[in-house]
Design a protein around this ligand. Structure first.
Ligand code: FDA
Length: 299
């Protein structure tokens, strides 16, 4: 990223919320469940699968955590009723991980049971490194208890990931978005890419179901190579992308016969997610500068 872009990324938290909301609107379905369902229908019509995320990582009470789990039950019911091709992605902090481990497990298990009853699937997103051990432990515990409709996420920037992946049945592999110290995380762009490839090869070799979550052309090409060389069946992997990012590339993958799932976030707690997406947009400096110029001209 160029120097100016990096400077603007650092300034993002100071940008007024309405502007952040406008700039990030392409990444979020909208505030309501109806918005998410409308977007999922549109994606399904184009041959894309979806995973719905109820934005809610900023919860601060047990009631809020239970309410979030309840919202996921509503999402699963709507997906089921409307016959959509979608599952859900959840964050354990939203289910109360930082408040009470038992509460978090109860919320997760309830949602996983509900999903299973509807023939659906739950993906646990991975958050910052303070949550990695607890997230993997809960995944293993629930899988061990027989819940097979559950998957987890691993981050290629973490040095530990190559060890963590051993024996995991269903993994979404992504680069990782949180800011982590260099003792535990690769910081160089090429090192993260290299570890992504290494981890993907290891996951494929051990026969895990793998969600290849990246918009990085280099990694998409590498993934296609790895899958083809290993002869991975079409129902043992999928590509995954975020709503609003490289939809044309996603169309191409679908046209070539690959499963492609789009991450569809919705809800009123859009701020944290939006800032993370804007920080990754290589054109962010241009957008913010353009927006500022427009506002000045309007005055
Ligand atoms: P990179 O950031 O290098 O982007 C490659 C190219 O994609 C860019 O050059 C640009 O063209 C385009 N691009 C990427 N982001 C863009 C944006 N916001 N706006 C416009 N263009 C953009 N992380 C995590 O820590 N835990 C998790 O659980 C998940 N879950 C997850 C699910 C799915 C489906 C995806 C795709 C990603 C995640 N992530 C995640 C985020 C992930 O870790 C990573 O931060 C982003 O995917 C960006 O990394 P890329 O591999 O796309 O490369």
């Amino acid at each position: 990223m160029a120097l100016l872009d990096r400077a603007i990324v650092r300034l993002l938290p100071a940008v007024p919320k309405p502007i952040v909301q406008r700039l990030s609107s392409r990444y979020i379905a909208g505030p309501d469940i109806d918005d998410a369902i409308r977007v999922v229908k549109r994606l399904n019509a184009k041959g894309k699968l979806a995973t719905v995320d109820v934005l809610g990582e900023e919860i601060s009470s047990a009631d809020e955590a239970r309410a979030l789990a309840g919202q996921y039950d509503d999402v699963l019911a709507r997906i089921d009723d409307e016959g959509l091709d979608a599952n859900i992605s959840v964050k354990l902090t939203g289910f109360g991980l930082e408040l009470d481990a038992d509460l978090c497990r109860e919320n997760l298990e309830a949602v996983v049971l509900d999903a299973a009853a509807r023939g659906s699937f739950v993906r646990i997103d991975m958050e910052d490194s303070s949550t990695t051990d607890r997230t993997l432990a809960l995944y293993r515990e629930l899988r061990g208890a027989g819940h097979q409709n559950l998957g987890v996420v691993l981050q290629a920037y973490l040095r530990r990931t190559i060890d963590d992946l051993r024996g995991l049945e269903n993994v979404r592999l992504c680069k990782g978005i949180y800011v982590e110290p260099s003792e535990i995380a690769y910081r160089e762009y090429d090192a993260v890419r290299a570890n992504f490839v290494r981890c993907l090869e290891a996951l494929v070799e051990q026969g895990s179901y793998v969600g290849i979550a990246t918009h990085d052309e280099h990694l998409i090409v590498e993934a296609l190579r790895i899958i083809s060389e290993a002869g991975v069946a079409r129902d043992r992997y999928e590509f995954q992308m975020l709503l609003g990012v490289r939809p044309d590339r996603a169309d191409e993958l679908v046209a070539q016969g690959h499963e492609l799932r789009v991450y569809v976030p919705y809800g009123t707690q859009w701020y944290e997610y939006s800032v993370r997406r804007l920080q990754e947009n290589p054109k962010i400096a241009g957008y913010v500068a353009g927006d500022t110029v427009r506002r000045v001209l309007r005055r």
